[in-house]
Each structure stands twice: as C-alpha cells, then as structure tokens.
Design a protein around this ligand. Sequence first.
Ligand code: GDP
Ligand code: IMO
Ligand code: MG
Length: 433
Amino acid sequence: MPNNVIVLGTQWGDEGKGKIADLLTSKANIVVRSQGGNNAGHTLVVGSKKVVVRLVPSGILHKDCLCLIGSGVVVNPSALFEEIEELNRAGVENVESRLKLSAGSSLLLPVHPAIDKGAEKLRGKSAIGTTGRGIGPCYEDKVARRGVRVGDLYDMEFLKERLKNLLEYRNFQLKNYYKEPEISFDEVYSYLENIRERLLSMVADISLILANAKKEHQKVLFEGAQGTFLDIDYGTYPYVTSSNTVAGGCVTGSGAGPLDIDYVLGIAKVYTTRVGGGPYPTELNDEIGEGIRKRGAEFGAVTGRPRRTGWYDAVAMRRAVTINSITGLALMKMDVLDGMDELKICTAYKLKDGTLSELPPLSAHEYEGVTPVYESMPGWKESTFGITKWDDLPENAQKYIRRLEELSGAKVAILSTGPEREQTIYLDDPFAD
Ligand code: GDP
Ligand code: IMO
Ligand code: MG
C-alpha cells in the first residue's frame, strides 16, 4: 500500500509539481519539502484563484494537511512570513499552525542574496541566471560549516558568535571581491532577534513526525523543488541549483528513511522548458518555440522571466527515470500542443565526434557540439483542454503519449490537460490502496 509518495521534477523545473502535489494532497495527511528554498515557485489553481507557493509545501490549501519543511531546505524567514501572510489573505485557514520546520534547516540571511547577485555580476557572459534569492551562497555556508541554522536561534549567544564569523567572511568578500556594500552585523542580529520567537514556535522534529506517520500508516507526499537537470550532482553543472533535486534529496533533506518511499512520481511537460543559462539541446529559438511559450504562459512564477522552450527530450528523460527510481510519470500541459502540425521528440544526442548517445552527458561543457536527433509525429487539431478521459483524447495525442512512454522507459500515471485540479486524466493512482 503506497503511503510515501515523492513528486519531483524530471526536467529543468516548472514541470507542474505544484498542481500535482496539490491534487494528490486530497489523499495525503502530510506534505514535506526537503530541499531548495524560495527559488521554487509552485502554482496552485483552484477555480479562478491562483496561488504561488515558494517555501510553503503545496499541500497547504487542504485544510487538514500538515506541511513540513525539512533540514535540507534553506529558509529565508522574511520570505516565509510574507508567504504566510499572502496565504492568510487568500483565506487559507490555520497556515502557521499547520507549518512545521526542522531546527536543522539553514537560515538564509540578507547577506546571501547580496552575494548571489555579486557573483552573478562577476560571472558576466557565463552567468548562471540564478533566481537571485541567495540560495547558492546559503548552501555554500552550510557546506562550509559556517552557516547558521534555525535551531541556533534557541541560543542567541551561540548564534552571535556564528553570525560574527559568517559576516566577517562574507563582508570581506562583498567589499573586496564583489565591490558591493557590506551587511551590518547589528542589523542582521536585531532582525534575527525579531523573528526568533515566531520562527521557533514552528520548530518540530520532522524526522520523528515522518517516522510516526509511517507507524500510523499515514499518507505522506514528498514535494521536490526544481528538477532533475538542475541537481547539483547530476544536472548540467555548473548551470544548476545548489541542492540535490533528485529523489535521494527528498530522503536526506526530510529525514525519512531511504526504504520508506513507496512510489516516485516524475513530473514532466510534454515538451520542455528551462529558465536561466545552461545547455538545452532541444531548445527552439523560432516561432514554434514562441508559440509554445505563449500558449503555455511560460514565464517564471518567481522572477517572471520568459522560459526557454523546446521539444520533449527522451534522452534526458531516460536518465531521470533511472536516477529517481521513477514508478510513474505525470505528463503535463498536453493542451499546449493542441493545433500543431508536427511534433518532434529527441531520441538521441549526436555528439561532437559524430557518435550517438542515448543518455545525456554529465557536465555543461560536454554538451558543446551536441545536436538532437529527432523523431517526428503528426500533431492534432482538436482541443485537449480540460479533457478528463483517455478515450476522449484525439488519436494522435494518444499515440504521442504512448511514444513518450516507450522512449522514456516509464509508464504514464497522470496526464494533465489544464492548470486546474479537475483538468486531469488518471491512469494510475500513486496513493491507491
Ligand atoms: P512547478 O514549479 O513545477 O510547480 O511549476 P510552475 O507552477 O512553476 O509552472 C507550471 C505552470 O503550468 C503553472 O502556471 C501551472 O498553473 C500551469 N499548468 C500546470 N499543468 C497545466 C496543464 O496541464 N495545462 C496548462 N495549460 N497549464 C498547466
Ligand atoms: P521550481 O521548484 C525553474 C534555476 C534558475 C537558475 C538555476 C540556479 O519552481 O521548479 P538558483 O537561484 O537556484 O541558484 O538558480 O536554477 N531554478 C529554477 N528553474 N524552476 C525552479 O524551481 C528553479 N529554481 C531554480 O533559473 O537557472
Ligand atoms: Mg516553478
């Protein structure tokens, strides 16, 4: 009986994780975020209402759902509070009392966005195109063991020393390397004094909550952020984010046990998008790509940047399927491909030396000279928007989906035909008894 289900992105983010996490939460007791921070932007649409969550797990719209933030997440307290206010204003009930936070989560401080922006400026032409939220620098401090964590707020004297050390290091960098204004210790310290009580009231042992949930056979949804090819180890390095976005990260970042996961639902669009820099073999820099961007409203939920668009990439997908132990796929935004004459699917990469590869390279520089090998399929003229039954899909749409399954090596469990909850075709239920 699947109780612990991971929902994660198999491409470069923005696959539609929010919609699916929200949808499956009608069956889940708990939703947990394990990595990333407010670089994520997950869109939830209920009726005419649209909500974008960044740090808060996408289960929050379901009034009985407990929402957890694990140790692997980097938490910007003011961004979190802002988001809670937004949700309160939208009429979501008991947001703060249903939100629990690990003492081990890293505190993302005002110095981190400053470093993020300074570093991007210095990178010039090879800028990563980060969200500018300070995610990378916060993870740097964590890994360098100079970071401050939520639990440090229990002991302000201890925190004071840690913060002094951190700011001394970062301010030296800001001043001498990035030529940017320094960040005042006093300001950051008094900011932390101000947010301390409120943040600590949300602290809980997330790992223990998950262990107890398992004993009680509760249903838990692990909500990934970003996507497989933005993973720090397996993405198109260095054009990646700074956390493990793959299934393994859901386990380490939440404190669940590796054998507790019953089902991994991989989310993919039926085409691809990417925001920011980095290799993208199937990118379309033409009117077809522009059409997909327009019909799919492909603009960043966090930064509003236009997303790069391209054909479905089965080469990348094959890697995503094995690396994440994908049980089933949720294929999204079917309706965006309506009305196209021809659809292409990338089945292999032709490398610089002319050889073909069915799996993607590991680092960005190895993508140099890579060209996609395409298979072509006819499109469909009918609208698929809002269709809820497989049999109602145009024949060519059915064929396209079946071919994506074959080429990717995973079965489709869910097919999405619109942004709303109801605009969904179910072929398999990840939480089914
Ligand atoms: P996430 O970061 O993976 O949660 O995805 P985002 O929320 O950043 O981007 C996905 C966008 O696609 C959102 O605006 C969703 O409302 C929208 N969306 C999700 N599924 C569908 C679908 O099947 N069709 C259409 N047209 N839009 C969808
Ligand atoms: P969700 O969860 C799409 C991208 C940025 C940039 C790179 C590094 O909504 O899918 P960072 O600020 O993390 O250091 O930026 O990663 N990126 C995302 N792209 N969706 C996201 O999140 C992203 N989070 C980060 O555009 O290329
Ligand atoms: Mg997003």
